[in-house]
Design a binder for this molecule. Structure first.
Ligand code: PLP
Length: 377
């Protein structure tokens, strides 16, 4: 079965093997050396002033960012389940929150964020997804962050990049907290979250808030290559391994080549599915996944699994049974992706929607290998 869900994503073999080594004690020079390596590679990935790793899923890092960086009112952008979660976190901690709400296919605009901030001077942090995984849309976070800082540089910008970090290069110039999670683009098992922080964020954190998710205590320890509490040793060993694997990708072309290939693959998939007459759900598709809305979404998804060995994700809440989402994150071989789009075409044929003629794989291959063919010509 090909795992094509936008999290969890398949774990590369070299990474699984690295994590199979005997358990290391976390307070040892051996582990601290691995921690240091993971930390340095994480700085390269995030491009932020500071990084911390947390033994939690992505939601733990969302919570840590909100509680440590918002002291009054949070503005959250809710265009899906994960954006909604930021508001729920603020509420759970007794913080005020105002929300900009959109249908799950519609990205936020800088103007509406500016208007919301101007209407509420108590807003001291803005939280938004870079890629909102609920409907597979890309918010224009960099532009929004810039606009926020133009109004007031003290307002913290929290960017959930759980399905964006490792997918595309993110301009962190105006971002104070960049969140990543292990089981999405970083191809690890679930249970590790990562936060990139700006110097302004560190200043605002001060003594930190809370206990386990107190970022001040973690920063203090992690600068010394250790953690405040027991480190998630196995996952951190995996993180160092996967970031090295990415660095070595395509004969050392590394991250930038991974970003480029992910963009090519996402585009080729979109073209292939549109050529079948399918409709891409989000108005601004993220590169992390391809989301299709369709009356037969459930039937297509079921057939992909039972007849063609491809596991894709469905929708949640009001989009349950109405969309399916195909993962683009991680190191994915083009031949696997070709099979996935071909399987969608076969499923449509089985449902009597169109006759099978290999359109999807043809369009995918033409688009994906276009640049290569040009070089050869
Ligand atoms: C998966 C995901 C989360 C939540 O992460 P957990 O690891 O399930 O806590 C948050 N934000 C986005 C955009 C996600 O895709």
């Amino acid at each position: 079965m090909l795992l094509f869900t936008p999290g969890p994503t398949p774990v590369p073999e070299s990474v699984r093997l690295a994590m199979a080594a005997p358990t290391l004690h976390h307070r040892t020079p051996e582990f601290e050396a691995i921690f240091k390596e993971a930390r340095e590679l994480l700085f390269e990935l995030m491009g932020t002033d500071e990084v911390v790793m947390l033994a939690s899923t992505g939601t733990g890092a969302m919570e840590a960012a909100v509680t440590n960086l918002c002291h009054d009112t949070l503005l959250n952008i809710n265009a899906g389940k994960f954006g909604e979660r930021f508001g729920k976190i603020a509420k759970a901690h007794g913080l005020n929150h105002v929300e900009i709400k959109h249908e799950w296919d519609t990205p936020a605009t800088a103007q509406e964020v500016v208007d919301a901030i101007n209407a509420n001077p108590n807003i001291d942090a803005v939280a938004i997804q870079i890629s909102e995984s609920a409907g597979g849309l890309r918010h224009p976070v960099e532009g929004i962050a810039k606009a926020v800082k133009e109004i007031n540089p003290e307002i913290m910008v929290i960017a959930d990049g759980i399905t964006a970090v490792g997918v595309e290069r993110i301009d962190v110039t105006h971002i104070d907290a960049l969140i990543a999670g292990s089981q999405k683009a970083l191809m690890l098992p679930p249970g590790l979250a990562m936060l990139g922080l700006s110097n302004a964020a560190i200043e605002k954190i001060g003594e930190g808030k809370g206990y386990y998710l107190n970022l001040a205590s973690e920063i203090k320890k992690q600068c010394q290559n250790t953690t405040a509490y027991t480190a998630a040793t196995t996952l951190i060993i995996g993180l160092a391994a996967v970031l090295k694997e990415i660095k070595a990708y395509d004969n050392g072309a590394g991250l930038s080549k991974l970003y480029c290939d992910t963009a090519r693959r996402a585009k080729a998939t979109r073209f292939a599915l549109e050529a079948l007459g399918l409709h891409v759900y989000p108005k601004s598709p993220a590169r992390s996944m391809t989301t299709i809305d369709d009356v037969n979404a459930k039937e297509i998804r079921d057939l992909l699994k039972t007849d063609f060995g491809v596991n894709v994700a469905g929708g949640q809440d009001h989009l349950k049974g109405k969309i399916f989402r195909i993962n683009q994150m991680g190191l994915i071989a083009p031949y696997e992706m070709v099979w996935a789009v071909n399987a969608v075409e076969l499923a449509l044929a089985k449902l009597g929607r169109r006759s099978y003629d290999g359109t999807a794989s043809k369009v995918f291959n033409e688009e994906y290998f276009k640049s290569m063919l040009k070089e050869d010509a």
